[in-house]
Design a binder for this molecule. Structure first.
Ligand SMILES: Nc1nc2c(c(=O)[nH]1)N[C@H]1C(S)=C(S)[C@@H](COP(=O)(O)O)O[C@H]1N2
Ligand SMILES: [Mo]
Length: 299
């Protein structure tokens, strides 16, 4: 059997030009996307103007620091993010503890502008800096029969006050299927605009899977485990009817308590408006990963 996560797409095939901006382009346009010829006709270019630094760093979900949107900004400053290391274990040839600084030195850091669609039906457009998760997994040498990747956030209640309360089952954990993890759109973010990732956004390293609801993008990761078992995920454990393993953005499959058909774009003041939510958050190139799957049962 072919290894499921192997694909023959090149970066050029799967990284749409309009979602990728190199630093020079960003500076040349003063931080705001110019509507250029590279944009596909259906792209609503104004929606991909990045949110401001202020919006992206002061309206967050990071329950380790509280459940309010401004709690992470207020409480995350105390988190020690250096030194930091990440354990990669399970079905890999080279299990071990990898220092964050060593990882950074080996990775191709790119800037990518992705829409983040929260399951709570709001969205932002965020200019991340980071590297492909596939490149990090490659360091550890994945075994061919690994089928899933499990992720774990830091457990340190002295610095993460939310962990002193049973809001969620700590530590926060997440998982991806191997092919999702190896997809070139899946990145580990280490920066925001031209700065290191602020603590409230998941410093020093957080996952970003742009076609899935925001809760899949686990923050401040300390462990990555390759496995042949579907991993448990925090939100699935806390509400199995509401949050599934896949959590693909899908306007046709509502959350039991609210519609997923539209979203509120955060920011824009008076002009803040609802826009239609797109299947896979608009990242159509991942559709082939789910061919033949019923996305209503696999929510
Ligand atoms: N460890 C951890 N990761 C997390 C969360 C969390 O509470 N804890 N919240 C998730 C949710 S619900 C969302 S929408 C995104 C928000 O990312 P942002 O605050 O950086 O925009 O982070 C996700 N990652
Ligand atoms: Mo979310």
């Amino acid at each position: 059997m072919a290894r499921r996560w192997t694909n023959d797409l090149t970066r050029h095939d799967v990284t749409p030009e309009h979602l990728y901006l190199n630093r020079r382009t960003l500076l040349a346009t003063g931080g705001v996307l110019a509507a250029g010829a590279a944009w596909p006709a259906q792209a609503q270019t104004d929606e991909l103007e990045p949110n401001s630094w202020e919006e992206i760093t002061s309206y967050n979900n990071f329950y380790e620091f509280g459940t309010g949107k401004t709690d992470p900004k207020e409480n995350a400053g105390q988190l020690t993010t250096s030194p930091w290391s990440i354990e990669i274990n399970g079905m890999v040839d080279k299990p071990g503890t990898y220092a964050f600084d060593d990882i950074l030195a080996q990775m191709d850091i790119e800037e990518r502008i992705y829409r983040l669609r929260c399951v709570e039906a709001w969205s932002m457009v965020i200019p991340w800096r980071g590297f492909e998760l596939a490149d990090l997994i490659a360091l550890a040498g994945p075994k061919p029969d690994a089928e899933f990747v499990a992720f774990q956030t830091l457990l340190r209640s002295e610095e993460m006050p939310g962990q002193n309360y049973p809001i969620l089952d700590w530590p926060y954990v997440e998982g991806l299927r191997m092919d999702e993890a190896m997809h070139p759109l899946t990145i580990m973010a280490t920066g925001l605009y031209d700065k290191p990732l602020p603590n409230q956004n998941g410093a020093p390293m957080r996952l970003v899977v742009p076609w899935k609801y925001g809760f899949k993008s686990i923050k401040s990761i300390v462990r990555i485990t390759l496995t042949d078992q579907m991993p448990e995920t925090t939100w699935n454990k806390s509400g199995p009817e509401e949050y599934g393993f896949y959590a693909n953005v899908n306007p046709n499959v509502d959350h039991p308590r609210w519609s997923q058909a539209t979203e509120r774009r955060v920011g824009g003041g008076l002009f803040s408006r609802r826009i239609d939510t797109q299947l896979f958050n608009g990242y159509d190139e991942v559709a082939s990963l789910y061919e033949g799957m019923d996305l209503e049962t696999n929510y």
